[in-house]
Design a protein around this ligand. Structure first.
Ligand code: NAD
Length: 478
């Protein structure tokens, strides 16, 4: 592919208005002009996915799997190109981009291999001449709606299990990161995925989202994004006359608790990495630190020493943190920083804009953040960390649970009792012990609790296949 514009022209075939896909590290750097999909284009994409369903579903699982395995191999060979585009389009550092690309091609291979063994089970019958067994079937056309912060791996952890199971797909990525998905379609096509099995639609969710979700030909919707939009989709699907299956993975307000038994050097490293890697723009980011009062002062000192060495700059350079993704998220982060100051929290680090050319912010830390403050309760999705002191383990667990979200939570401790209390009492879909709240492995299932997800279906792991299949039970007599 010669240029990003060629990539866009080949794969993003909307007939609507144009917008500019911009590098967040340099707002004058236009990567490509993107043409958005009109309502007619969206309908045509859904129809195309329907027309291809029978052919794709009939293809034996091992043959579908071979295509995913090939796509994984091709992506591995072109990993550098994928990582560079990710950094230019989303802003994360090249190291973080490469990490995501590696996870992405491994996801393709993982679900490619699983496609060889998707099956039901055989059960004993009370009748002599009867065999009972089940088969797994695809659902039909599924819609995958994805955010910008993991612009490659989230689309893949939806479409790879969907395709492995025999579904066709309508994929709507965030309009901030369409090129990344165009590049994915390019790889899938070169791996011999038949045209029309995955259909891209690009445009504002507020304009075409309802159309996708409410279409009766869409049998399932897998959505990852904000809690606000997830709840809207949940209501919309509830009002349909059709039973559309829905999977929601939503926002977070993740806490890391530093116990009095913690190794404070480890705690400091985990706190800074968890809060500021990926510019805080991860659903698993550490947004709140809860610190036991016995170690508060010593930990605070170490935290401030460590964050001073956190380098910010364009993701293509040797830095720890790139820019904020775009102006709207940048303005939102700044508003939260101003709010924090006016609400009485104490700004102990950062808070400043680092460059006007791109959307660069200092890593920012507030202390004395109390339960009633928006800083404590609301997802910011930027490099802003709140610190709250807890008098003991009980209070710490209460504070961790005192928000509407329940995505990930972490504890840094050596005391086994504290660790096990935390594991059993904290309401979160993923618990990390002496590990950063960020970072998930693809073979393990994950999904948020409370308002961080619908809790009905897990993503990743073998469990992801459950969402994309239905099970038919057969009683065979003779
Ligand atoms: P968003 O909710 O604004 O958008 C997500 C997707 O939904 C985009 O493709 C968007 O265009 C689309 N959309 C918007 N309005 C829609 C509508 N009315 N109907 C259908 N689709 C619509 O989220 P975002 O800003 O792209 O991403 C950040 C959010 O995603 C954060 O809240 C973050 O926590 C969350 N997130 C969650 C996970 C997880 O696994 N739980 C992972 C990554 C990000």
């Amino acid at each position: 592919m010669k240029s990003y514009q060629e990539l866009a022209d080949k794969w993003i075939k909307g007939n609507g208005e144009e917008y500019l896909d911009i590098d967040p590290a340099d707002s004058s750097h236009v990567l490509a002009k993107i043409k958005i999909y009109t309502k007619d284009d969206v309908k045509a994409s859904i129809e195309k996915a329907m027309s291809k369903f029978e052919e794709w579903a009939k293809l034996p699982g091992p043959k579908r799997g071979a295509i995913l395995l090939k796509a994984g191999e091709l992506m591995e060979q072109e990993a550098q190109e994928f990582a560079l585009l990710m950094t230019l389009e989303e802003g994360k550092t090249l190291k973080d981009s490469m990490f995501e690309v590696i996870r992405s091609y491994n996801l393709l291979k993982f679900y490619g291999a699983l496609a060889f063994k998707i099956s039901g089970k055989t059960l004993p019958s009370a009748d002599m001449n009867t065999r009972i067994f089940t088969v797994k079937e695809p659902l039909g056309v599924v819609a995958a709606i994805t955010p910008w912060n993991f612009p490659l791996s989230i689309p893949i952890w939806k479409i790879a299990p969907a395709l492995a199971s025999g579904n066709t797909v309508v994929l709507k990525p965030a309009s901030k990161t369409p090129l990344m998905v165009a590049k994915l379609l390019d790889i899938l096509s070169r791996a011999a995925l038949p045209e029309g099995v995955v259909n891209l639609v690009v445009g504002k969710g507020s304009e075409i989202g309802d159309l996708i979700v409410s279409d009766d030909n869409i049998t399932a919707v897998s959505f990852t994004g904000s809690t606000e939009i997830g709840q809207r989709i949940y209501r919309l699907i509830g009002s349909k006359n059709r039973m559309t299956r829905i999977q929601l993975e939503l926002g977070g307000k993740n806490a890391l608790y530093v116990d009095k038994s913690a190794d404070l050097n480890l705690a400091t490293e985990l706190a800074v990495r968890g809060a500021f890697s990926l510019t805080g723009q991860s659903c698993t980011a550490t947004s709140r630190l809860i610190v036991h009062k016995a170690v508060y002062e010593e930990f605070r000192h170490k935290l401030l020493e460590r964050v001073k060495r956190w380098k910010v700059g364009p993701g293509t350079e040797d830095v720890d943190m790139g820019p904020v993704v775009d102006k709207s998220q940048f303005d939102k982060d700044l508003q939260y920083i101003e709010y924090g100051k006016s609400a009485g929290a104490k700004l102990i680090y950062g808070g400043n804009i680092l460059s006007e050319r791109g959307y660069f912010l200092e890593p920012t830390i507030f202390e004395n953040v109390t339960l009633d403050m928006r800083l404590f309760k609301e997802e910011i999705f930027g490099p802003v960390l709140s610190v709250t002191e807890a008098k003991d383990l009980d209070e710490a667990i209460r504070l961790v649970n005192a928000v509407d979200y329940g995505h990930t939570a972490g504890i840094v401790a050596t005391d086994v009792r504290a660790i096990n209390e935390f594991i059993s009492r904290v309401e979160a879909g993923v618990i990390k012990v002496n590990k950063p709240t960020i970072g998930l492995e693809l073979q393990a299932p994950f999904g948020g609790f409370k308002n961080s997800g619908a809790t009905t279906w897990k993503e990743m792991g073998e469990e992801a296949l459950e969402f994309y299949t239905r099970e038919k039970t057969i009683y065979e007599g003779w």
